[in-house]
Design a protein around this ligand. Structure first.
Ligand code: HEM
Ligand SMILES: *[C@@H]1O[C@H](CO)[C@@H](O)[C@H](O)[C@H]1NC(C)=O
Ligand SMILES: *[C@@H]1O[C@H](CO)[C@@H](O)[C@H](O)[C@H]1NC(C)=O
Ligand SMILES: *[C@@H]1O[C@H](CO)[C@@H](O)[C@H](O)[C@H]1NC(C)=O
Ligand SMILES: *[C@@H]1O[C@H](CO)[C@@H](O)[C@H](O)[C@H]1NC(C)=O
Length: 755
């Protein structure tokens, strides 16, 4: 059979090839061994010197001469936490009084670079750094330590040379574009992994054909935003055409959530993929890995060696001079919903540090209502009819007291026992707005239990409780998408919560909260200067940790007042209330600890063009100049300060970056919930059609109306009749903060003392 013969032929050929290869390999090995052998013989005596030198360097704090043998004297070492500089001054003729560095031809060094600090003798490599003619400086790239030696055989060593060891990991410059992954190879080279980015080339900058078409046709985020927030008549028609509406909503969901890595990748301690980063739920994940500690500057290679002083930054750019209302008219009802809702998944672990979370559910699990963990949940449960414990004050239902249930809460000592409400989240005593929402949701849970019990008289406490919890999760997601995000987006397109839209797509029903998402959600500029409830005005001092505000006014009046009071604008700069400036400062400090990449790095990660200048970022000149002075380079501006000073979109609460980054995290977190998966998303999961209907008809207004006594007040995320109240002046000329006549420093001191 001829094909068999062919096979044998091929086999023989392969065998011969393998043999030849092995032979060549052996030869090369022998050669290398011989070479290395002679080489090491040559330097053997100096090995000891190197160790000695290494020891000395360990102890050198500043410029100190390291004693060397007669022929290599005057080696100076300067050691800083970031780099090690070795300076050799002298000559082989050993005239010890060398005035300074002088270069000569043919001079050089052998430098052995070790890749790891703790094991300097492994993976040693020789490196020759010969100064160019006339040059006294030669930079040697390495990752950690360098060992210097005079070239022995060189007879012309009449020079002094300066060898600086820079930790120039090429990945510090973030050379890989379009989400390519940088891996440093043998310094100074690197590799960009462009797999599935749609790009190729050394730095993943060359688009593949289809990518090119997509990029060319794709409108910018600002264009899309413009289209969606204008042409109301057009959208009103689209909103009534369910096929079109579904298609657009599906596109919104998939295009946004595709920007989120799922399963998650990095965390604040792992710059590369690892099982630990994937599996350890105590960490927030990271969308962009941290800047490596050995990089020349905090943002990689650009910008200044030191980031600006946080307090100065906060006082010059962040603190409010004069209250700037949100032109979208967000109400305090919105602001407190945001705070209440997000604190179930932004629960930083104060003991472990900002990179860690206590909310291991990483999503909408309603632990802020039911408590984190069984122990706390059981303390809050009534164990009757599925309900949560409660108390009745003036004929209305409120959360129970800490004393009566034993669930720990954070209250300052001056709060009397009867005003210490116990709810799912330990910190919700902080502001009456949070206790208001906690009360509303507690009433809703118990109400849903009653509704379920009516149709399922046979169900036990456990089943009523568990099913009600799933219903409340569904209601929350519904309200967040159709009321909350709808308001925030300002879209004339009507958003829709419908998990079925994703059933034909590949979509991962899982979520991991990113640290960057937490950081960007620090929307403290929403908070006003004082809180107007009925006829009263509360300062921060009177408002914070004052739960009696809730019982004194009652839920109905609180909803009414919070709906009428406008919140502050988040972007545009200088709108963080003095009383909360310390929180903004903390956010920046934490981001630095976690070594966040720059604002522009995040813009690229989320498919936006990086800002080309400071004025491009702020849209004005004054703050741009201050930023330039502080950061030096626009690519070095930090994420959080950048988000707060970013130019807002016209008549909008946020700038482009906040929306383009926030929306993907948000939608992924909402739709990634298990109740949105095909196996869960059906009536039986929610106790039948009654429960499913509660989910599918949920709205903020209904939530309030179902749970307040008497006539229900208007509940809205947007202040009604904005212009009539006169509290908002929508004026393009006021789109930016101006330095008012208030001295922010004085204000800061006053306000901080209040809390
Ligand atoms: C008067 C109202 C408010 C006060 C007194 C307040 C105070 C605080 C404080 C003290 C922290 C902890 C800072 C730290 O040590 O790291 C914090 C964190 C935070 N705040 Fe506020 N805040 C208020 C309103 C808001 C609002 C309206 C939002 C809107 C979303 C918000 C979002 C956040 C977020 C996301 C965190 C991070 C939570 C974490 O990592 O655990 N806050 N706030
Ligand atoms: C890739 O990036 C590096 C560093 O930014 C640059 O020096 C190099 O020229 C780039 N290569 C290509 C092919 O653009
Ligand atoms: C997660 O990582 C932290 C920090 O390394 C560690 O203390 C903790 O024990 C880890 N958790 C688990 C479950 O492994
Ligand atoms: C708390 O609020 C009540 C009214 O609701 C007010 O009378 C009281 O002064 C406030 N407490 C503090 C410490 O300001
Ligand atoms: C509104 O803008 C106009 C010019 O466009 C300006 O003259 C006026 O002072 C602005 N009003 C406020 C309250 O800033």
């Amino acid at each position: 059979m001829p094909w068999l013969e062919r096979k044998v032929q091929v086999l023989v050929l392969v065998l011969v090839l393998v043999l030849v290869l092995v032979l060549v390999l052996v030869l090369v090995l022998v050669l290398v061994l011989v070479l290395v052998g002679s080489y090491s013989r040559d330097i053997n005596t100096e090995k000891e010197m190197e160790i000695e030198m290494e020891k000395d360097i360990e102890n050198v704090e500043s410029l100190v001469p390291v004693p060397l043998s007669a022929t290599r004297r005057h080696l100076y070492a300067v050691r800083t936490p970031e780099r090690l500089e070795l300076t050799y001054l002298g000559s082989s003729s050993s005239s010890s009084s060398s005035a300074g560095p002088a270069a000569g031809p043919g001079s050089g060094f052998y430098a052995w670079l070790s890749m790891e600090n703790d094991r300097p003798w492994r993976r040693r490599r020789s490196y020759t750094a010969a100064p160019g003619p006339g040059s006294t400086q030669q930079q040697v790239s390495a990752l950690s330590t360098v060992y210097l030696q005079q070239r022995k055989s060189d007879s012309q060593l009449r020079l002094a040379a300066h060898c600086t060891l820079l930790h120039s990991d090429p990945c510090c410059a973030f050379p890989c574009q379009n989400r390519g992954v940088c891996t440093a190879m043998r310094a100074p080279t690197y590799e960009c992994d462009c797999t599935r980015t749609g790009y190729y080339g050394q730095n993943c900058t060359e688009p593949e054909f289809f990518t090119w078409i997509k990029v060319t046709l794709k409108p910018s985020p600002n264009t899309v935003h413009y289209l969606l927030t204008h042409f109301k008549g057009f959208w009103n028609i689209v909103n009534t055409m369910s096929v079109l509406r579904d298609a657009i909503m599906r596109y919104v969901l998939t295009s946004r959530s595709h920007l989120i890595a799922s399963p998650p990748t990095y965390n604040s301690d792992y710059l590369y993929k690892s099982w630990e980063a994937y599996s350890n739920l105590s960490y927030y994940t990271r969308t962009l890995p941290p800047v490596a500690k050995h990089c020349p500057t905090p943002m990689g290679v650009l910008g200044k060696k030191e980031l600006p002083d946080v307090k100065v930054l906060a006082e010059k750019l962040l603190v409010r001079r004069q209250f700037l209302p949100d032109p979208q008219g967000s109400s305090l009802m919105f602001a407190f919903f945001a705070q209440h809702f997000t604190h179930q998944f932004f629960k930083s672990d104060m003991k472990m540090g900002p990179a860690f979370t206590e909310a291991k559910g990483h999503g909408v699990d309603l632990n802020h209502i039911y408590g984190d963990g069984l122990e706390r949940q059981h303390k809050l449960r009534l164990f009757k009819d599925g309900k949560l414990k409660y108390q009745v004050i003036d004929g209305e239902v409120y959360p129970p007291t800490v004393a009566s249930v034993g669930a720990e809460m954070h209250y300052p000592p001056h709060v009397p026992d009867e005003q210490r409400f116990a709810v799912g989240h330990k910190a919700f005593g902080l502001v009456p707005g949070l206790i208001m929402y906690a009360t509303i949701w507690l009433r809703e849970h118990n109400r849903v239990c009653d509704t379920l019990q009516e149709v399922h008289p046979d169900w036990d406490d456990e089943r009523l409780f568990q099913t009600s919890r799933l219903i409340l999760i569904g209601e929350t997601i519904k309200i967040v998408i159709e009321d909350y995000v709808q308001h925030l987006s300002g879209y004339n397109f009507k958003l829709k919560f419908d998990p079925e839209l994703l059933f034909k797509d590949r979509f991962q029903y899982q979520n991991r909260i990113a640290s960057e998402f937490n950081t960007l959600y620090h929307w403290h500029p929403l908070m006003p200067e004082a809180f107007h409830i009925e006829e009263q005005v509360y300062s921060y001092k009177q408002f914070v940790f004052n739960t009696s505000v809730v019982t004194n006014h009652g839920i109905s009046n609180l909803v009414d007042s919070f709906t009428k009071q406008v919140a502050g604008r988040v972007a545009g700069g200088r709108n963080v209330p003095g009383a909360l400036l310390h929180v903004a400062i903390k956010s920046i400090e934490n981001a630095r600890k976690m070594r966040y990449q720059s604002l522009n790095a995040y813009r690229k990660r989320f498919s936006m063009k990086p800002y080309s200048s400071f004025e491009d970022l702020t849209g004005e000149k004054e703050m741009a100049a201050l930023l330039e002075e502080m950061y030096g380079h626009v690519d070095a501006v930090e994420l959080y300060p950048g988000l707060l000073v970013e130019k807002p979109r016209p008549n909008a609460i946020f700038g482009e970056t906040m929306v383009e980054m926030g929306a993907p995290y948000s939608l992924k977190g909402l739709l990634g919930n298990p109740i949105c998966s095909p196996e869960y998303w059906k009536p039986s999961t929610f106790g039948g059609s009654v429960g499913f209907d509660i989910v599918n008809s949920a709205s903020l207004q209904r939530l309030v109306c179902n749970n307040v006594r008497g006539p229900c007040p208007l509940a809205s995320f947007q202040v009604p009749d904005l212009k009539e109240t006169g509290s908002v002046i929508i004026n393009s000329s006021t789109s930016h903060a101006r330095a008012g006549d208030v001295n922010p420093t004085v204000m800061l001191k006053d306000r901080s003392a209040e809390l």
